[in-house]
Design a protein around this ligand. Structure first.
Ligand SMILES: [Zn+2]
Ligand SMILES: [Zn+2]
Length: 280
């Protein structure tokens, strides 16, 4: 497991680069409102790391803020971290847990008085534009393509293809950001051609949705994620998109640490939680 200092919220200033995991949960936040399972019960306690809002992340670079996905929880996530600035947005895909908060951002974007750039691939934009196109003057649209890098605030961002949806042709992206970081929150498989964008990452935040011995058509189980990260020589893996079929956080962290020790992995593995910050 990583040293505790890797998990602390950074106190560095505006010039620093860091990724804050706003949400680390699945499409339905935890606790699920009807559920009395061990995890959802634990998640109702104050400060529980089993409590998870929907997955998204905020990258801070030289005073600019880049949001990866706008989950339906985005306003509460921004409020939690007392930050009300979004300069750019990247989307992984057009499922509601990744884009449902786009429509709520207008209040913040109007207040900051400069538009944010939404970087979006054509197939995702086609699914969103009827709702967004005419109503969101505060958002500038820039198209991106998997496998073609772009520069954003001096940082190279490489979108790469991952498979996630059971619906054929439903596009999903992961991102390599600079030379250290990978963010891909929704994965069932990674095409071989895209593996090189994950390979050797110092920090990789990857879909590890389901606990051992669970098979689901649209997400990794954590042993699949761990095996991929180890094979691709990722240095630090952060499992995200965590469902309530994990045990409560402290127990899950112990079991994963023991599993990794027995596997003699080169990658260090942590289960992410809402609010975890990764200094870069
Ligand atoms: Zn539950
Ligand atoms: Zn999805």
């Amino acid at each position: 497991m990583l040293n505790k200092s890797h998990f602390n919220l950074s106190k560095k200033g505006a010039g620093s680069t860091q990724l804050t995991l706003f949400g680390t949960g699945p499409a339905s936040p935890i606790p699920r409102i009807y559920c009395q399972c061990r995890v959802c019960t634990d998640a109702r306690k104050d400060g529980s790391r089993s409590r998870r809002s929907r997955s998204s992340a905020l990258l801070r670079v030289d005073g600019k803020q880049i949001l990866f996905d706008a989950s339906p929880d985005v306003l509460r996530q921004l409020e939690r971290f007392k930050t009300y600035q979004v300069d750019a947005l990247f989307l992984t895909h057009a499922h509601s847990d990744a884009v449902g908060g786009l429509f709520d951002l207008d209040d913040i974007l109007r207040k900051q008085k400069h538009p944010a750039t939404l970087y979006v691939e054509e197939g995702t934009w086609r699914r969103l534009r009827l709702i967004l196109e005419d109503t969101k003057p505060w958002m500038t649209i820039q198209k991106i393509t998997a496998g073609h890098a772009l520069k954003v605030f001096g940082l190279e961002v490489m979108p790469f293809r991952v498979e996630h949806s059971a619906q054929p042709g439903f596009p999903t992206l992961g991102y390599r950001i600079g030379d250290k970081l990978v963010y891909a929150s929704d994965i069932k498989s990674v095409p071989q051609a895209a593996e090189r964008f994950i390979a050797g990452a110092e920090h990789a935040v990857l879909d590890g949705c389901f606990w051992f011995d669970t098979h689901f058509p649209t997400h990794f189980t954590l042993d699949e994620t761990i095996a991929l990260a180890d094979r691709l020589r990722v240095k630090k893996l952060y499992l995200t998109q965590i469902s309530h079929n994990y045990p409560p956080y402290p127990e899950a962290a112990r079991v994963v640490a023991e599993y990794c020790r027995k596997q003699n992995l080169t990658a260090k593995v942590a289960i992410a939680y809402d609010g975890m910050t990764i200094p870069l």
